[in-house]
Design a protein around this ligand. Structure first.
Ligand code: AMP
Length: 393
C-alpha cells in the first residue's frame, strides 16, 4: 500500500492510476477493505480515500489517499482517474453525498444514498412505493412523539424509537411501553428527528443482497438469516432455513426495492419474517453488509465480488450456493484478556478466520469467522463450539 497525502498529490504529479482499471472506495473500514481485496483479485487497482493510513481499507488498497472522503474536490480529482467510486459506510455519506457535487460520480447514486441514510425518508419511500414495511410514525418534536406513542401503543405493547440519522448496531434506539416515557426517550436520543415503530412480532430476521447495474440487470443472493445479540449482528446462516414461499417473497421484495431505488452496486434489505410468513422490510443499506460476509466462503462469488461486477459492468449472472455456512462476528469483548486463542477455531477443517486489523474496543467489530459444512446444522454447531472456545457469550 502507498499513501499519498490529500488532493495536491493528485493534482501535481503523474499518479499511478490506470483509469479504466481502478476502483475507488470512500472510507477506510472493513467493508472497504474486503471490497479492495475482491477488486484486486479481479485485476483492478484499488484506491481508498480515508483520514487514517492505519484504516483497514487503507491497508488493503493498492493506493491510499489520506484525506477527507467527504471532500468533493478531492473526490473529483480521483474520479477523473477511476472507473468507479463507491462508499463503504453511511458515516461518511451524510456530509458527502447530500452534496450535489457528487451527482453522477458515485455508485450507488446520491439520491439512493440520501434515502437510505435517513430512516424518515427510507420508511416513507418504502410505504409510498408499496414495499412492505411495518407500522411507523415520524416525530420531529416531543409532541409528535407523544402523540405517536399514544396512538401506536393502543395496538402494540411497545414501540421502538430510532434516530432518523446516524444510529447503527442498536445505537440510537430506545424502547418504550407507555406514552409517559416519550419525554425520557426524546431526551435520551438527543432531541433530534425520530421514527417510531411498532414492535414487530417476528419469527426470524433475514437479509437479502441484490447486485444491480446501470442497465437494470440484477442478481439476488440466497437469503441470509440473522441473529442479533444486544442490538448487534451475532451470527448469519446461509441458506436461511425458511419455507420456499418466504424465500421467494423476500427475494422479490429485495429486487423490487433495488429497482425502485435504481441502485447501481449493492443493496442489502434487512427484513422481519412474521408469524404468518409475510416479510416486512426493517432497514436498507446501499453497500455490502455484515450479514453478507458468509458469502466469502459459501457462494460462488461473494457480495464484494458482485459489487465489483455491478460497478464495473461485468456480468451479473446468478450466484450459486456452494455450501451451507455460518458467519459469527468477533467483537472486541473477546480481546479483554489479550488476543483470543484462535488455534482452537482452526482445528476445525471447515473454519476460516477473517480479522480486520483494528485495535480492540468492547463492542467493536474486530473480525468474523465462517464455518461451512455439509448441513447448516453442522455448520451452526461448529460455529457455536468455536465461539464458546474463544470465551464468547
Ligand atoms: P435496526 O438498527 O433498525 O436494524 O435494529 C436493530 C435490531 O433491533 C433489529 O435487528 C431487531 O432485532 C430489533 N428491532 C428493530 N426494530 C424493531 C421493530 N420494529 N420490532 C422488533 N424488533 C426491532
Amino acid at each position: 500500500m502507498r499513501t499519498l497525502k490529500g488532493e495536491h498529490s493528485m493534482k501535481n504529479q503523474r499518479h499511478p492510476l490506470n483509469g479504466e482499471r481502478s476502483l475507488c472506495v470512500l472510507g477506510g473500514g472493513q467493508l472497504g477493505a474486503m471490497l479492495c481485496e475482491a477488486a484486486k483479485r479481479m485485476g483492478y487497482f484499488a484506491i481508498c480515500i480515508s483520514t487514517d493510513e492505519t484504516d483497514p481499507a487503507a491497508r488493503w488498497a493498492d493506493l491510499h489517499i489520506k484525506g477527507d472522503p467527504s471532500d468533493p474536490h478531492l473526490v473529483r480529482s480521483v474520479a477523473e482517474n477511476a472507473a468507479a467510486i463507491t462508499v463503504e459506510a453511511e458515516s461518511i455519506a451524510p456530509a458527502a453525498l447530500g452534496h450535489d457535487h457528487f451527482r453522477g460520480m458515485i455508485s450507488p447514486g446520491v439520491e439512493a444514498q440520501r434515502i437510505v441514510q435517513d430512516r424518515r425518508l427510507e420508511k416513507t419511500f418504502l410505504a409510498e412505493h408499496g414495499l412492505a414495511v411495518g407500522p411507523f410514525r415520524l416525530a420531529e418534536t416531543l409532541e409528535d412523539l407523544t402523540t405517536a406513542a399514544e396512538d401506536m401503543l393502543q395496538t402494540s405493547p411497545k414501540i421502538v424509537v430510532k434516530t432518523a440519522r446516524g444510529g447503527y448496531d442498536g445505537r440510537g434506539q430506545v424502547w418504550i411501553d407507555s406514552p409517559e416515557k416519550a419525554a425520557s426517550a426524546w431526551q435520551a436520543l438527543g432531541q433530534v428527528p425520530l421514527v417510531a415503530e411498532a414492535a414487530v412480532d417476528f419469527t426470524a430476521e433475514i437479509s437479502v443482497i441484490v447486485a444491480r447495474n446501470n442497465r437494470g440487470e440484477k442478481c439476488v443472493f440466497p437469503v441470509l438469516q440473522n441473529e442479533h445479540r444486544r442490538g448487534i449482528l451475532f451470527q448469519t446462516q446461509i441458506p436461511a432455513p425458511q419455507p420456499l414461499e418466504v424465500i421467494r417473497s423476500a427475494q422479490e421484495l429485495a429486487i423490487e426495492t433495488a429497482d425502485a431505488l435504481a441502485i447501481v452496486g449493492l443493496l442489502t434489505v434487512e427484513m422481519f419474517v412474521l408469524q404468518d410468513g409475510r416479510v416486512w422490510i426493517n432497514e436498507l443499506a446501499a453497500r455490502p453488509h455484515n450479514s453478507g460476509h458468509v458469502t466469502m466462503r459459501a457462494t460462488s462469488r461473494s457480495q464484494f465480488e458482485m459489487h465489483v461486477c455491478a460497478l464495473m459492468d461485468l456480468p451479473l449472472s446468478p450466484v450459486g450456493l456452494i455450501t451451507p455456512g455460518v458467519m459469527t462476528n468477533l467483537l472486541g469483548d473477546l480481546w479483554v484478556d489479550g488476543n483470543p486463542d484462535f488455534q482452537s477455531v482452526l482445528t476445525h477443517s471447515m473454519a476460516s478466520i477473517h480479522l480486520y486489523g483494528k485495535s480492540p474496543r468492547p463492542g467493536r467489530k474486530m473480525g468474523h469467522m465462517i464455518h461451512v459444512a455439509a448441513t447448516l446444522g453442522e455448520a451452526k454447531a461448529a460455529a457455536d463450539r468455536a465461539y464458546a472456545s474463544l470465551g464468547g457469550k
